[in-house]
Design a protein around this ligand. Structure first.
Ligand code: URA
Length: 433
């Protein structure tokens, strides 16, 4: 078999055979096919697409390119969730303790933030002492003991994705549905849980800008999960404005804690309860969605959800005194109130721009090696649909950097204010199962 023939087949719109896909993945991971040939194939895939069967075969070969985590020593149904990434997305920090307090087992591997999106691991590390690198044995025993763990990647998972993603990043081939779906699902399947809930974000701050694009990706990923016999479901959720109010690492941890105590923003709380209810169905803990919602709500009200968060932080070495008293968290040197110079209804808060401003204030990384300032970020004072008078606060920015003047001038433009009240928004657009 020759790589040139595989490239030409896809270039001409043919369906690649299982053998061809296997040849390309195996030999690329082994360093036997050069980047320039793989780049050409990726571009052909981007233009020509892939059939369902090609996508399943590609995911399978990527999945088997490295280790697959064995979670069979964890008792019960292991649930996992994955977000395609957004701004202010602290869902895992709320959902994990919530579902674990109901008896579900969450053995989760998370990632770091890059660009305008934050990463759960960085948020966790804003709690002093919190460890994200724990051995596979400790990971498993922690989930058995307290019902949850969130860690960085253990083992050598999906090396094919590491190589392919780095190449896609520099060859304009990230935005291909078959490549995105196989990349995400190969990693989720390698992480070894029994069920997967995919939170596909849609809107200005997300990868998928429209509901149609998001739905197509969600359906493809759900079909991959089902092909591999995992209970896989997806929710399409709003990312036209940041989720909740806080954007930035320790600011988001504090918001997650408030949400677990029942004092969180409405959109975040609703998303966590609804996503959690689906996960409880997947874990077979509840027989109906409504029963799940009620159970989760009761765990917030009786304090067990927050107690689970404290157990989780303690188990991973974090200093729980910060969690018990959030005023201990490091504060940024500068806290600046941004005021509206107009009256009216907020019709848009550009999530992408808010994410980028938060990154510039120190909350995120432009390059992988950049250091994060855990105290930096933005807290919104208003959400879409709220009315503001001229002079009312739109948001507060938090930074240790001296050169924030430009951001102060620009950030107001991320809020669009109009005379007309916008339609009420939904946090979850659709559920796909
Ligand atoms: N996230 C991934 O893990 N892979 C993609 O291709 C895109 C987003």
């Amino acid at each position: 078999m020759r790589m040139i023939d595989i490239i030409e087949h896809k270039r001409d719109g043919k369906i690649l055979t299982n053998e061809e896909i296997n040849f390309f993945i195996t030999n690329y991971v082994d360093g036997k096919i050069p980047d320039y040939q793989v780049s050409a194939l990726l571009m052909a895939i981007l233009f020509r697409g892939m059939s369902d069967e090609e996508i399943f075969n590609l995911t399978n070969d990527m999945l088997h390119s490295g280790d697959i985590i064995d979670l069979s020593k964890i008792k019960g149904v292991k649930v996992d969730k994955h977000s395609t990434g957004g701004v202010g997305d602290k869902t895992s920090l709320v959902l994990g303790p919530l579902v674990a307090s109901c008896g579900a087992k969450l053995a989760k591997m998370s990632g770091r933030g890059l660009g305008h999106t934050g990463g759960t691991l960085d948020k966790m590390e804003s709690i002093p002492g919190m460890q994200i690198n724990i051995s596979e044995d400790n990971f498993i025993s922690q989930v058995n003991k307290i019902g949850m763990a969130i860690v960085g990647q253990t083992g050598h998972l999906v090396p094919a994705d590491k190589k392919l993603y780095a190449l896609r990043d520099v060859t304009g081939t990230v935005d291909s549905l078959p490549l995105i779906a196989s990349s995400i699902m190969s990693k989720k399947l390698a992480s070894g849980s029994d069920s997967i809930l995919l939170d596909v974000k849609v809107g200005s701050g997300a990868f998928m800008k429209t509901l149609e694009m998001g739905e197509e990706l969600a359906k493809t990923m759900v079909s991959i999960g089902k092909y591999f016999k995992k209970d896989t479901r997806a929710i399409l959720t709003d990312m036209d404005e940041p989720l909740g109010l806080a954007v930035g690492n320790n600011l988001e941890v504090i918001e997650a804690i408030n949400t677990l105590k029942g004092n969180g923003p409405k959109d975040l709380t609703e998303l966590c309860i609804k996503a959690g209810a689906i996960m409880l169905l997947q874990a077979k803990i509840c027989a109906s969605f409504e029963e799940g919602e009620k159970l989760l709500q009761s765990k917030i009200e009786n304090g067990e959800a927050f107690k689970k968060f404290v157990e989780f932080v303690e188990a991973q070495g974090g200093d729980i005194t910060y969690v018990l008293n959030t005023s201990k968290f490091e504060k940024a040197k500068y806290e600046i109130s941004i005021k509206s110079n107009k009256s009216g209804y907020i019709t848009k808060i550009d999530a992408l721009e808010i994410g980028e401003f938060a990154m510039k204030l120190g909350a995120g990384r432009e390059k992988i090696e950049d250091k994060i300032d855990y105290s930096a970020g933005i807290i919104l004072s208003k959400k879409i649909g709220d009315f503001v008078n001229s002079g009312d606060e739109l948001c507060k920015i938090y930074t240790n950097k001296e050169n924030y003047e430009e951001i102060i001038k620009e950030i107001k433009n991320s809020f669009i204010i109009s005379e007309n009240k916008p339609e009420n928004r939904k946090i979850i657009y659709k559920v796909i199962s």
